[in-house]
Design a protein around this ligand. Structure first.
Ligand code: HSE
Length: 289
């Protein structure tokens, strides 16, 4: 028996659309038990999530090792579905690790990233779920180029609206193309943001996180709470606020000493939402024996 623990992730960080990602302290945990006649994955996450081999975790594992013997598994998850915190990426990464362990595939970190990105579509959520911490990634000719770096010391406050938003719906409001000047501006903001993170300048990084031109201007109507939380962040001295992944979660970066007060203020101000204080998770997927 062993456990597989995968962190939730927050993608984009504003201008780093489909490229930047951060591992955060909410977890999907599998307890992998004895072999059985059929695959069984027990959880209390609701009837919408299969408990048999059609579960995304098992499907992913079987796509890598079709002859794996079925197992009994229990799953617990703190990662809310369809809220922009990488719940499907966590499931895909868990499935890859399940096959890696049970079929002894000896996958490297890079192997896992290449496989997970091929299944998920973008590297921004799966990469930090595998490596932990902050990652930059891009896909060129089906190959993922990626780098991991240490994110500066900061508290993360997530405001999670009750409303679910599927990535597909949230991508449907994006334009097919951007004017050249706008694209150049967006790219330069993103470059500067990455440089600020790599040099440990969280104040500069936070300010740049709020200057996206690629997706937030279009998604703001789907998540009206974004501008509300951002404004609250300005009033309370936060470094920056952005739409986590495709939404609906909003992530605010703030000095740890100001975080509790911000949590209380966000709870009071934003209706029908859950507000949680998190931190950057330095570890990616873990196998605990
Ligand atoms: N970068 C993606 C998006 C994350 O914002 O649509 C969700 O897969």
């Amino acid at each position: 028996m062993f456990d597989i623990r995968v962190p939730a992730t927050s993608a984009n960080l504003g201008p780093g659309f489909d490229s930047l990602g951060l591992a955060v302290s909410l977890y999907l945990t599998l307890t992998v038990k004895e072999e059985a006649d059929e695959w069984e994955i027990l959880h209390d996450l609701g009837a919408g999530i299969p408990t048999d081999k059609t579960n995304l975790i098992i499907e992913t594992a079987l796509s890598l090792a079709p002859n794996m013997a079925p197992r009994k598994i229990t799953m617990t998850s703190e990662v809310p579905a369809a809220r922009g915190l990488g719940s499907s990426s966590a499931a895909i990464v868990a499935g890859i690790e399940l096959a890696n362990q049970c079929a002894d595939l000896q996958l490297s970190i890079d192997d896992k990233i290449q496989i997970a990105t091929r299944i998920e579509g973008h590297p921004d959520n799966v990469t930090p779920a595998i490596t932990g911490d902050f990652t930059v990634g891009t896909v060129l000719d089906s190959k993922v180029y990626w780098t991991k770096a240490s994110f500066p010391e900061v508290a993360l406050v997530v405001t999670i609206p009750e409303k679910e938003l599927l990535t597909k719906e949230s991508r449907a409001v994006l334009p097919d193309s951007l004017p050249f000047k706008e694209a150049v501006k967006g790219s330069s903001i993103s470059n500067m943001l990455v440089a600020a993170v790599f040099s440990g300048d969280i104040e500069k990084a936070g300010a740049l996180m709020e200057q996206d031109v690629f997706h937030e201007p279009y998604r703001g109507t789907l998540v009206p709470e974004l501008s509300q939380v951002r404004e609250l962040g300005h009033e309370m001295g936060a470094y920056g606020t952005y739409l986590s992944g495709a939404g609906t979660t909003i992530l605010t970066m703030i000095h740890p000493e100001k975080a509790e007060a911000f949590v209380a203020a966000a709870k009071a101000a934003v209706k029908d939402s859950e507000v949680k204080l998190l931190h950057v998770e330095k570890n990616g997927v873990q196998v605990i024996k």
